[in-house]
Design a protein around this ligand. Structure first.
Ligand SMILES: [Zn+2]
Length: 390
């Protein structure tokens, strides 16, 4: 009997092992089945438009299983994208509160929570979250980018400059040059007192060191020199602008004409305008030049010049201006009447069209913004080119 007992022992052990494995497997399967059942139930709440019940349900599930963190992150993002920020915040906050989270998972959840707060307009809490996230080397850059969005939104230019400088340094000067230069200008524009002029000018110059094509800094410096009664310095800056970016010529023409008029050097301006028109300065420069030709050499010459330029670059603006000359030279009353009518139509069309467009997102406006109100990029809005524009 004892022998039989010893003989059966390994069999019993083997049986015990088999049953053990089977039971673990069954438990896992059971748990898996329960989890997927629970998830389906959660999804049902979502689909039947009971999102609060769904959130409660999913948060309860979170307590159960650690493997579903990715799903919760995705779910939170989904709520945020649907504009249901409070629900997204609840999900992400519950995730972060879990002690068993790995560092990587915690950072991921922090990033999403910071975005939730930003979208909810809770900028101080969003800032806090991203400052915390900034400590993680892997998420430092993305945290700084998000902090920049917050400071820009709040027009806290000093802080915006500080984080952009960090991003600039992180990329070893390859990224954020344009943004940084425009932000230096925003900071400079806050100095309204003449006693702060030195600091202000230093910032504009700093902007140009980082990014020489910064139109805002160039124009601000030019305006400063005009105020200081230093027209030569102002002219020097203005004349450098078409060389830096020919598309911005339209922005400087009023200042250019005024300065030359003050200096009594309009004739000199004619030569300069010829040189920039030949490299594609656009319709406004052509029109200003035509006006000066008309003033100094007669309407026929101006009309001839406009026609020739319109053949090279057809624009509504140019056509409208050409009609002014046709009108002045028209002989009969009926010709004058029909030309006046036509010009009125074209003028109204031009007035309706936007003048500027963002090169990044296509946002268009009648006003020149240094920062695009839509995509938030700096220095990307330019005068529109082509038939409708320059
Ligand atoms: Zn844009």
């Amino acid at each position: 009997m004892q022998e039989l007992f010893f003989l059966l022992l390994p069999v019993a052990a083997l049986y015990g092992w088999y049953m053990g494995v089977r039971s673990v497997h069954q438990k896992k399967q059971k748990k898996g089945n329960k989890l997927s059942r629970d998830y389906v139930q959660g999804l049902n709440f979502l689909l039947s438009d009971q999102p609060d019940k769904a959130v409660d349900h999913f948060i309860a599930l979170l307590e159960v299983d650690n493997e579903t963190i990715e799903t919760h992150l995705a779910l939170g993002n989904l709520f945020r994208q649907r504009g249901e920020v409070e629900r997204a915040i609840r999900i992400h906050q519950n995730l972060i509160a879990r002690p068993s989270l790995t560092l990587e998972q915690r950072d991921l959840a922090l990033l999403q929570l910071g975005k939730d707060f930003y979208q909810a307009g809770l900028f101080d809490r969003s800032e806090e979250t991203f400052v915390q996230l900034k400590a993680s080397p892997e998420y430092q850059e993305v945290a700084l980018e998000n902090l920049l969005l917050i400071y820009q939104q709040l027009k806290e230019w000093k802080d915006a400059v500080r984080v952009t400088e960090s991003l600039y340094k992180l990329s070893k000067g390859t990224k954020k040059r344009r943004t940084l230069s425009y932000l230096y200008c925003s900071l400079a524009d806050q100095f309204k007192n003449p006693s702060d002029d030195k600091q202000k000018i230093k910032l504009y110059q700093k902007a140009l060191t980082v990014f020489p094509n910064c139109m805002r800094a160039n124009i601000a410096l030019c305006d400063y020199y005009i105020l200081q009664n230093k027209p030569q310095k102002a002219l020097q800056i203005l004349q450098s602008i078409p060389e830096l970016d020919i598309d911005f010529t339209e922005v400087i023409l009023d200042r250019l004409l005024k300065l030359h008029q003050q200096q009594g050097s309009e004739q000199e301006l004619i030569g300069y305008l010829y040189s920039i028109v030949s490299i594609g300065a656009g319709a406004s420069a052509v029109i200003l030049l035509a006006e000066l030709i008309a003033k100094y050499h007669g309407i026929e010459k101006a009309q001839e010049f406009m026609l020739q330029e319109l053949r090279r670059n057809t624009t509504m603006k140019g056509f409208n201006h050409l009609m002014t000359y046709h009108l002045q030279l028209a002989q009969s009353i009926s010709e004058k009447e029909s030309l006046t009518f036509l010009q009125k139509l074209v003028s109204e069309q031009i007035k309706l069209r936007p003048k500027y467009r963002c090169q990044k997102c296509g946002y268009s406006s009648k006003k020149l913004y240094w920062q695009c109100p839509s995509c938030k990029n700096w220095g990307r809005i330019k005068p529109i080119r082509g038939l409708d524009g320059e």
